[in-house]
Design a protein around this ligand. Structure first.
Ligand SMILES: NC(=O)c1ccc[n+]([C@@H]2O[C@H](COP(=O)([O-])OP(=O)(O)OC[C@H]3O[C@@H](n4cnc5c(N)ncnc54)[C@H](O)[C@@H]3O)[C@@H](O)[C@H]2O)c1
Length: 487
């Protein structure tokens, strides 16, 4: 063994041994001090978690759990073949959590299971990596943070863009004032998605799915969607729409860049679902998160194409997915995978090359070993604030009023937000986009979201009592028995 390799070996082994001695539970530690990870849910994103964790030294993907046994067996067979080991298989996460040999559980499930599963895993003494959106309600996010701290467990949100090397370089530059003061941040992701169709009646779940476990804490209603997997994203009981999907990434980047560590003081979302299908969440939205004494953050997304029948979507500042950070002396446009700063005349200042944030898994495992949640790049304290912002936008939308096709019905609140000339220009642009896509707003109504007001410190709704009361109710939910909250 060379000197350097040996030193590295001793350091790693010592760190691993020390971490093992202070792991928070009585679980057995493997002879070689590997961190043993279980992945839950891997129809699509979860596959990336399997390979991501396999790429981190000293980590073993020891168990797989999916409520769909066909997916479970296909992915586990592949993994066993590649690793020449026998991965433990589960269809019910509650059984998996009884396994004392598992140190870490990673969730890539529908939203109604991400946060709830995390709470169960924390109760069982496991560290957790949880995909965005990390929680299904604001209340769930608060419970996750409290449980993680109480049990001294490590929870990383799957907002891997916080580990992107380009973003990690540009955020300090912006915060150091290299472009002057930030004026506003516009986060956006325009991605055409077709209609999910409309079924004539209740559907039968695939025979390979344990549907009771899949539905879990959500209300058990007739299954009303054609494609079983993935399209839950657009139904409220299981998902939370595009703002909590692609928006969660971009809003998180915007908030991080602005150095804001709390919920906004005011929120509203304008938008609608321009398809008559089984989807419930809006597919064209414009949102404002307003902060007293800090910069506004806007979120915009369009799931219809730039031209009807065509593939491409509308670019903003030359790209369809980015954060546009407008500062006094210039701007940044970019995100995961890179970006650039320019002066106000559009002249390039600096390019930032990104890597998609692949070191996010290693960053999490380092914290699992050191037990220091402060070293996480997307600690649950951050993850739950960004996801909660997305839920606030949805709450505003759910409490919204139908917008008339002309501007005359806009409330005072919206007029106030439109006094930001940039936001007003986005408003006009999105109206033009609806027109190009021949959306008849008399038949497919767009909603003017309720203007939510908050006391961000206490995280309670203020303002008009009727709106505050309804918003408070939507910030929590009931859990279907026996899938009740632990503790
Ligand atoms: N970080 C990223 O870049 C990124 C990218 C894509 C998706 N995601 C997130 O990953 C999560 C999963 O999204 P997806 O697109 O892969 O969804 P999907 O529907 O394709 O896959 C979800 C899987 O979870 C399984 N599942 C559902 N309930 C379960 C339970 N109780 N126990 C075990 N398995 C269960 C399903 O059977 C399915 O295989 C979402 O939160 C999504 O937002 C993150």
């Amino acid at each position: 063994m060379s000197k350097l390799t040996r030193r590295k070996f001793v350091k790693t082994t010592f760190a691993a041994g020390l971490a093992a001695s202070i792991l928070p539970t009585d679980r057995a530690v493997g002879a070689n001090s590997d961190i043993r990870v279980a992945i839950v849910g891997f129809n699509s994103r979860g596959k990336g978690l399997i390979s991501g964790f396999q790429g981190v030294g000293g980590v073993r993907v020891a168990a797989l759990c999916d409520a769909d046994s066909a997916i479970l067996n296909s992915v586990a067979d592949d993994l066993d073949k590649k690793t020449k080991t026998k991965t433990q298989r589960y269809t019910d996460v509650r059984k998996l959590l009884k396994n004392k040999d598992i140190d870490v559980v990673a969730f890539a499930t529908p939203v109604h299971w991400n946060g709830y599963g995390t709470l169960l895993a924390l109760d069982a003494g496991k560290d957790v990596y949880v995909e965005k959106p990390v929680c299904h309600t604001l209340q769930e996010g608060r419970l996750m943070l409290a449980a993680a701290r109480k049990k001294k467990l490590i929870v990383q949100a799957g907002t891997q863009n916080r580990s992107d090397v380009g973003m990690r370089a540009v955020v300090p530059d912006i915060q150091a004032g290299k472009l002057g003061k930030i004026e506003f941040i516009h986060s956006y992701w325009n991605k055409p998605r077709g209609s999910i169709g409309k079924v004539a009646g209740p559907q039968t779940p695939p025979a390979s799915v344990d549907y009771d476990v899949y539905v879990g804490p959500a209300p058990k209603k007739p299954l009303m969607r054609k494609r079983f997997h993935y399209d839950w994203h657009w139904q409220w009981d299981f998902g939370a729409g595009e703002v909590c999907n692609l928006g969660n990434h971009q809003i998180d980047l915007a908030r991080w860049t602005a150095g804001i560590d709390r919920l906004p003081d005011q929120v509203f979302m304008f938008g609608g679902r321009a398809y008559d299908d089984d989807g419930q969440t809006p597919n064209t939205v414009l949102t404002a998160f307003l902060y007293n004494n800090n910069v506004p953050i806007f979120w915009e997304s369009r799931n219809m194409p730039a031209q009807p029948g065509k593939k491409g979507s509308d670019p903003i500042m030359g790209t369809t997915a980015a954060i546009y950070v407008k500062c006094e002396g210039g701007y940044f446009v970019g995100g995961r995978g890179g970006g650039a700063t320019c002066d106000n005349a559009g002249k390039l200042i600096k390019k930032y090359r990104g890597d998609g944030g692949i070191s996010h898994f290693a960053n999490f495992i380092e914290a699992v070993r050191s037990r220091k949640h402060e070293s996480l790049r997307a600690d649950i304290a951050e993850g739950r604030i960004s996801t909660s912002m997305c839920h606030l936008a949805n709450i505003s939308y759910k409490l919204g009023k139908v917008a008339a096709p002309d501007d005359n019905c806009y409330t005072k609140q919206i007029e106030a937000a439109k006094t930001n000339p940039y936001f007003a220009s986005r408003w006009e642009s999105i109206k033009a986009h609806l027109k190009v896509n021949k959306v008849d707003v008399t038949k497919t109504p767009m909603l003017i979201g309720a203007p939510l007001q908050l006391n961000p410190k206490k995280e309670v709704f203020t303002g008009p009592a009727d709106i505050a009361k309804k918003a408070t109710a939507l910030a929590a939910k009931e859990y279907r028995k026996p899938f009740t909250l632990p503790g």
